[in-house]
Design a protein around this ligand. Structure first.
Ligand code: NDP
Ligand code: 2IT
Length: 445
């Protein structure tokens, strides 16, 4: 494989899809050597086939706001690869959503899902709909209109969507209600469902918990732990709150959270009632970051800034893609940070990752360290198939085991001659090999 040639070809075919091209470049660079050592991959055109989605579905979503005004949004589902299991991946509702972002997310999802050890292919979808400031009734009408198109494309053995930015338990409920009405079946077509109607225990907190479990494994390789460490976190959504709670439980002090407008620095630590305060605001669709600074003494709001300028031992980026650049990475290194574990998808830019690697930080890419979310979605699918529900402790044990196994796979394929573990390389190779071998077994399709 000639990485430059493939990338140039993709750039010419998909101009301007910068996030997608960024994600593909990273994977191709990681797997180049192992790919070229296995000529059967080249003979079967594995790369040419894996970088393009199986299909992309686009649709129009007309809906009415509370005043009776008509709005039209765009909806997408990118079904990327189903070599190892049904298409699986979240739905994102955010005004920035476009094809490049969903293709990068769907592409990453193939290898992430492969790493979980569970049988799930890769997909992603969503809409440029902005849930901010919308009433519950507007969210419901939008979700129903979205599902009126999506239901034809999905199914428990075909494609199983879930949440992502802007899509949590409430949205999954509205989406599921409409799906159920249309197909007249109660099945496991979506994950992240309510606990009373097929959802799995621990799914809401699984991505954040899993990220901390992964960081725990990385720290253990150096004889370190979370105990007594200072942690910075970005975002305060579904992933961030799970990470804040678990890091705190393991004895760390979390000192930041953030939103698109800036970050909160709380030297007293973000835990207990402070987390409850934010969850309540979040549940009622309110901004979190500014009210937090007003409510809790000592907390300072830094408008327009990112938390990576704060001194910490461990950084957990949990907001969005490319939210941590080279300058941020250098700040973290200069301030003595030892470990960066990505809760979001692709939050660190390639230049930031280069700095982490050069300075030998423990650095985990999202496709490994945030895989606990989709892994628990996989466990939800298993429970739905069995028509059974495991206890919280059972799901948590399985999640912990899966994160440990993903860590081991990364060490296996990412260990360098000097003993440093390149988790990016490890995750990409381990995730890719399983998918490539499945594609070989199944012929040219
Ligand atoms: P949520 O919508 O629950 O939260 C997103 C958070 O990020 C919010 O706090 C939001 O603040 C904040 N945010 C959004 N844009 C920015 C920005 N530009 N700068 C700083 N903060 C920002 O989403 P999730 O927690 O579900 O997702 C977060 C990340 O984790 C995404 O990258 C997602 O793909 C990834 N992920 C999610 C999984 C899941 O299970 N949900 C699984 C694996 C990965 P505000 O609300 O004020 O906009
Ligand atoms: O990026 C992700 O892994 C998710 N948003 C979760 C996907 C899922 O199917 O649970």
């Amino acid at each position: 494989m000639n990485v430059t040639k493939i990338l140039n070809g993709l750039e010419a075919k998909h101009p301007g899809e910068s996030e997608y091209l960024q994600a593909v470049k990273e994977v191709l660079e990681s797997i180049e050597t192992i790919y070229n050592e296995n000529p059967q991959f080249e003979a079967a055109g594995i790369i040419e086939r894996v970088v393009e989605p199986d299909r992309i579905l686009t649709f129009k979503i007309p809906w009415l706001d509370d005043s009776g005004k008509v709005h039209v949004n765009l909806g997408y589902r990118v079904q990327f690869n189903n070599a190892i299991g049904p298409y699986k991946g979240g739905l994102r509702f955010h005004p920035s959503v476009n094809l490049s972002i969903l293709k990068f997310l769907g592409f990453e999802q193939i290898f992430k899902n492969s790493l979980t050890t569970l049988p799930m292919g890769g997909a992603k979808g969503g809409s440029d709909f902005d849930p901010k400031g919308k009433s519950d009734a507007e969210i419901m009408r939008f979700c129903q209109a979205f599902m009126l198109e999506l239901w034809k494309l999905i199914g428990p053995e075909t494609d199983v969507p879930a949440g992502d930015i802007g899509v949590g338990g409430r949205e999954i409920g509205f989406l599921y209600g409409m799906y159920k009405k249309l197909v007249r079946e109660h099945n496991g077509v979506l994950t992240g469902k309510g606990l009373n109607w097929g959802g799995s225990k621990i799914r809401p907190e699984a991505t954040g918990f899993g990220n901390v479990y992964f960081a725990y494994e990385m720290l253990s390789t150096k004889g370190l732990s979370f105990e007594g460490k200072t942690v910075t976190v970005s975002g305060f959504g579904n992933v961030a709150w799970g990470a804040v709670s678990k890091a705190t439980e393991l004895g760390a002090k979390v000192v930041t959270i953030s939103g698109p407008d800036g970050y909160i620095y709380d030297p007293n630590g973000i835990s207990g009632e402070k987390i409850d305060f934010m969850l309540e605001l979040r549940a009622s669709n309110n901004d979190i970051v500014a009210p937090y600074a007003e409510e809790f003494e000592g907390a300072i709001f830094h408008a327009g800034k990112r938390p990576w300028e704060v001194k910490c031992d461990i950084a957990l980026p949990c907001a969005t893609q490319n939210e941590l650049n080279a300058q941020d990475a250098q700040n973290l290194v200069n301030n003595g940070c030892i470990c960066v574990s990505e809760g979001a998808n692709m939050p660190s830019t390639p230049e930031a990752i280069e700095i982490f690697h050069k300075n030998k930080l423990l650095f985990a890419p999202g496709k490994a360290s945030n895989a606990g979310g989709v892994a628990t979605s996989g466990l939800e699918m298993s429970q739905n198939s069995m028509k059974y529900a495991w206890a919280s402790a059972d799901v948590d044990d399985k999640l912990r085991r899966i994160m440990k196994d993903i860590h081991e796979a990364c060490v296996k394929y990412g260990s360098q001659p000097d003993g440093y573990v390149d988790y990016v390389k490890g995750a990409n190779i381990a995730g890719f090999l399983k998918v490539a071998e499945a594609m070989l077994d199944q012929g040219i399709i």
